[in-house]
Design a protein around this ligand. Structure first.
Ligand code: ARG
Length: 464
């Protein structure tokens, strides 16, 4: 016998676990990060056990005192984690018994590691989700502030990555903000299903002790207890939901990254990113690479992968708890770390974007971005839209040959294609005229952008 408290060294076991199997089945190397939540849950459990008379008040106090000391030791780095004790739960319980003696062995009354681990993950995830929500809010604040500043800045809007119509840079930034707004709402919604206490489900069927699940739920700040003991110990769809939120968020951050990368290139030249978000090349001295957005775009892959891992992990599991569930942690933890890192990088970087307004404007001017405006003008002069489309097509072809934007052409040049064109055409051919004309809810007119940014900022301020 190696360790008297190890699970497989006594009781029904006639030989110790194979050393490789012990290491293979252990989770302590990655689940030790749940120590705080594990202790929080144990304190709630012991408090409740004393309240219902299963523990004496003295036993409860000794347990709580011991757990707090262990927490302090872990925090200081004075705690030795042991693979023989398999996971965070057994490590802490064994340390408690070593510290306070036989009373430590009473903590696990009316509880199982199955409901314990489900509780720990929910507590941990809930805290992390709140931090993620705060960071997402910081990013959205930066975006909407920048949108206000850039409400009048003209840039080309694209379809098929070809210049389509002029838009304002502020409008483009607010499009990003809408994506993130939906992500935030998904996060909030998923939190409701995370924030329920499975403690008391015990191994799978509940327990014979007179436990009070409402009390433990309340002590841990949960909205209430989960309904069904079998479901409580086996459900991990709250983690799947989180990873699905994370995948959509990273999808959005990746799209934003892609645009930032394009815009910093010499070919677009729309923005500059401060040097602190970039690195140089070891061989090409002229290079300044947009590493942060590239890395965020790259990290999207692992987050999608973790979503797929968890979905596959859960797909064929019979009720109730299976050891498979131990595999939920690494994908979830890595998703959390990745999301935190990406959001922090973005929240720092977005307000630091340096727009190159002249260059954006020039790109909009060069790309015949006001062609639709000319067509709409001709329709107002009485041409059917299809004929107007044809006239504008000819004007653009002429502009390509002569290397002239529509707004650079003289009235005589424009009238070659239709005599419906008059002096007032230049009001619609300017970039400012074009964006200002799209003056309705959701449109790119600077006044609309300012109003939309204001609404977005109000929504952000109302967050809890
Ligand atoms: N380390 C385990 C996990 O992460 C804890 C629960 C173990 N329960 C059991 N019956 N083996 O899922």
């Amino acid at each position: 016998m190696t360790q008297p408290t190890s699970l497989s060294s006594g009781g029904r076991f006639s030989e110790p676990t194979d050393a490789f199997v012990e290491a293979f089945t252990a989770s302590v190397n990655f689940d030790q990060r749940l120590y705080r939540q594990d202790i929080q849950g144990s304190i709630a459990h012991a408090t409740m056990l004393a309240k219902v008379g299963v523990l004496t008040d003295m036993e409860r106090d000794a347990i709580i005192q011991g757990l707090k000391e262990i927490e302090a030791e872990i925090e200081k780095g004075d705690f030795t984690w042991s693979v023989e004790q398999e996971d965070v739960h057994m490590n802490i319980e064994a340390a408690l018994t070593a510290k306070i003696g036989i009373t430590g062995k009473k903590l696990h009354t009316g509880r199982s590691r199955n409901d314990q681990v489900a509780t720990d993950i929910r507590l941990y995830l809930r805290d992390e989700m709140d931090r993620i929500g705060a960071e997402l809010t910081r990013l959205q604040k930066g975006l909407t502030d920048l949108a206000v500043k850039e409400a009048d800045t003209i840039m080309p809007g694209f379809t098929h990555l070809q210049t389509a119509q002029p838009v304002t840079f502020g409008h483009h930034l607010l499009a990003w903000n809408e994506m993130l707004q939906r992500d935030y709402e998904r996060l909030e919604d998923a939190r409701k299903r995370v924030n329920l206490s499975p403690l008391g489900a015990a191994a799978l069927a509940g327990t014979t002790y007179p436990i009070d699940r409402l009390q433990t739920a309340e002590l841990m700040g949960f909205a209430g207890p989960t309904e069904n003991s079998l479901d409580s110990v086996s459900d991990r769809d709250f983690a799947v939901e989180f990873c699905s939120f994370a995948s959509l968020l990273l999808m959005h951050l990746s799209r934003m990254s892609e645009e930032l990368i394009l815009w910093t290139s010499a070919q677009f030249n729309f923005i500059d990113l401060p040097d602190r978000f970039c690195t140089g090349s070891s061989i090409m001295p002229q290079k300044k690479n947009p590493d942060v957005p590239e890395l965020v775009r790259g990290k999207t892959g692992r987050v999608y992968g973790h979503l797929m891992s968890l979905l596959t992990l859960m797909k064929s599991q019979p009720l109730a708890y299976n050891k498979d569930n131990q595999e939920d942690k690494e994908p979830l933890f890595d998703t959390l770390d990745t999301v935190q890192g990406c959001l922090r990088a973005f929240a720092d970087m977005i307000p630091a974007i340096e727009p190159k307004r002249d260059s954006m404007r020039e790109a909009a001017r060069r790309g015949f971005a006001t062609a639709t405006d000319l067509a709409d003008y001709l329709v107002r002069k009485g041409l059917p839209f299809r004929d107007a489309h044809e006239v504008v097509g000819q004007s653009v072809a002429y502009g390509v040959r002569e290397k002239k934007d529509l707004s650079d052409m003289s009235l005589e040049e424009l009238r070659q294609f239709s005599d419906a064109i008059g002096e007032d055409v230049f009001d619609v051919l300017t970039l400012e005229g074009s964006v200002a004309a799209r003056n309705h809810l959701g449109g790119t007119a600077p006044d609309q952008v300012r109003a939309a940014a204001k609404r977005a900022q109000t929504r952000l301020r109302q967050r809890g």
